[in-house]
Every structure is written in structure tokens, then in C-alpha cells.
Design a protein around this ligand. Sequence first.
Ligand code: UD1
Ligand code: UDP
Length: 359
Amino acid sequence: MKVISIVGARPNFVKLAAVADLFDEFFDHVVIHTGQHYDYELSRVFFRDLSIREPDYYLGVGSGTHGYQVGEMVKKTEEALLREKPDIVVVYGDTNSTIAGSVAAVKAGFSVAHVEAGLRSFDMGMQEEINRRVTDHVSKYLFAPTDTSVMNLLREHVPGEIYLTGDVHVDVLEKWGRIAAEKSRITEKLGIRDNEYFVATIHRAENTDDRTRLKAIIKILGEASRIKPVIFPIHPRTRKAVKNHGLEELLSKYGDLRVIDPLGYLDFIRLLMGSSMVLTDSGGVQREAYLLGKRVIVFRDRTEWVELVKYGWVKLVDVDINEVIKLLKTGWKPVRNPYLLGDGRAGERILRVLKRSFQ
Ligand code: UD1
Ligand code: UDP
């Protein structure tokens, strides 16, 4: 019973952490790292923080245009799959490593299981939406995190089997959140006190590639920092975009907008725990903030996590500065509901379905 996990980017590693130990225990489990993310802070630190063992294959694909990156990954993944001959290939989330892994697998005749199936933004201009849709339509097992994602899959008549599992990020946060609270010294290191700062992350192509939007977001973060310091662990994509768009001066103009290197999982979660609000365009960070009881301002006009909007945890602000400042100053009251994203047992459910498929 050989299972191959294919990962390559930061959010893939976090999701893998929910099942890696279970798969290692019950299957002959092989991990392929495509090399999409390669900097220490975007890759190795997650294996260290989340105690994920070393990958068996490191394909070293690196950065490039979408076609180049996906093409190289498909080619190199196929070689590994043909050598290993797995029973099932598991892919995670919606990155280029996800689509490449699923396409390489089905083309070579292997079954695919998709963790985090059925999410939709209904915006085919987003690379992640293309990645999700293609992966869902070639997968045999679809592990959907929410009722909404199950409905999306039913509406599209995907040929695979759909299972409602809950969100694997809940499993990971339940396991590692306590350890983050105990071990991380990030607030001391940054000299900040709980509830007296905001956390920001920005990296989506829609926000970084467009100069006008990136400039508007930096201005919003700058104005927010006049209310409370903003801690901004910056993704390398965003750092490069700031430079290419000539926005470095603007970014460094605000004394309390503190740009730092990307953090490992434990430090980042501890930072979220102490924050008074979160400003982001990340899918994973929206959910983790909600799970930690933090309100989230999202620099997008839509989200795949519609439950979080419905219950008032996420406010979609696009890049409306007046709206953000109003929200930061006056706050708002979300509806408490601890189970919007499942019960933290998504990994077990995934394991159960895969084990059954081998009987
Ligand atoms: C990818 C995912 C996105 C996810 C994000 C998580 C796709 C299409 N996008 O976006 O869904 O939210 O990861 O972080 O898969 N770079 C480095 N060091 C690295 C990796 C990248 O400097 O280790 C820089 C390179 O300049 C690269 C750029 O970041 O060109 C973008 O990297 P890429 O992997 O293409 O996409 P992300 O923006 O990271
Ligand atoms: N994350 C982290 N350090 C950071 C920023 C994010 O550990 O400096 C983690 C975060 O906790 C989440 C994951 O990275 O689990 C989400 O990845 P990202 O925001 O890059 O991608 P997305 O979820 O938007 O695809």
C-alpha cells in the first residue's frame, strides 16, 4: 500500500503536517517535494517546526513562469512516480505543485486524492482557481473541508468520490498551537505586547503584480500602523514586487509598519495569537486567525471561505482604505461558532477513506 504525497509550497507543507505521521504509520509513504518554494523560511522551517520528516525526493524545480514551473514539475514528478509505482498519489491545496502532481499522476495512470477539494473563488483569472478545478476533476478521492466545498463539487458533477472531512488546518493548529504558545519567543524578540499590534501578510499575485493595488495596500498598512504597530512578515514575492514597482520608499516611510522576514509556523501562529486583528490576502491565514478568535480584514473582493464571511469573522475590503480604518477603529462583533471548519479530525477521516480503498 504505497501512498505518495506531493508538496512544494508553504501551504502544502502545513496541510501535509495533518497526515504525514498517520501515512507514515499505516502506509509505505513517499514524500515528493517539487522545490517550488526553496528558501529556508518558506520550506525547511516548516519541516522543522511541524516535525515532518525529510522528503524522499527533492525535485528542485524552483521559480519561473507558470508554464515552465508546472511543466518541469510534471516531467520530474512523472519520473519519480514511474519509479515508485504508488497505489495513490495525494496532492494538497491549490498551488502549482498541486496541479502538476495531479496531472503527472493521472497521465501516468495513478489514482489521485485531493486534500482541500471543492473550494471555489469563481474567478478563473486566479491561478489557484485553475489549479483547484483541474485537480478536482481528475481526482478519484475528493476530501472537502466544508459543506460549501461539497456543494461546489456536486454542482460540477466531478467524477470522483466526495468526502466531507473538515479542514486539515484545524488539525494542525490544534496540535501545534499549544506548542507555539509555549515555545515561541517572537513577541519578546519583536518587543511587542499582546493585543497591542496588528499582523499583516500579503502575497497573492492579484495584489502584488498590480502596482496600483500594491501601493494602495501599503498605504492602508501604513495608516493602520498609526493606530497600532503592524507586524508584516513579507513574502519574497511581495518584497520583489515592492522593489520592481519602485515602492520601497513608501514601504519604509511608516515607523510602525514593521517589515520582517517570513516566519516559521510556530512563531507565526504565536504572533497571530497575540494580535488584535489580522490583515491578509492568504487563504490559510484567514482560517487560522478565525480559529484563534481573531477578526480578519481581507484584501480581496471574494473568498473561498464563505462561512467565515457569513459569521462575520472575515471582512472583504478589497483595497478600500476608509473601510479598513473604520473597521480597525470601531471593531465589529463576529458570531461565535467553533465548528465552521470542522472538528480537527480531518486527517483521521482521510486516512480511513484511503485505508478502506485498499481493502
Ligand atoms: C504560491 C502559490 C500560492 C500560495 C503561495 C503561498 C501558485 C500558483 N501560487 O505563490 O497559491 O498562496 O505560494 O506562499 O502555486 N520566491 C522566492 N523564494 C522561494 C519561493 C519563491 O524568492 O523560496 C519568489 C520568486 O521570485 C518567485 C516568486 O517568489 O518567482 C513567486 O513564487 P511562486 O512559487 O511562483 O508563487 P507564490 O507567489 O509563492
Ligand atoms: N505562514 C507562516 N509564516 C508566515 C506567513 C504564513 O508560517 O510568515 C503560514 C500560515 O500560518 C499558513 C500558511 O503559512 O499556515 C499559509 O500559507 P500562505 O499564506 O503562504 O498561502 P495560502 O494559504 O494563501 O495559499
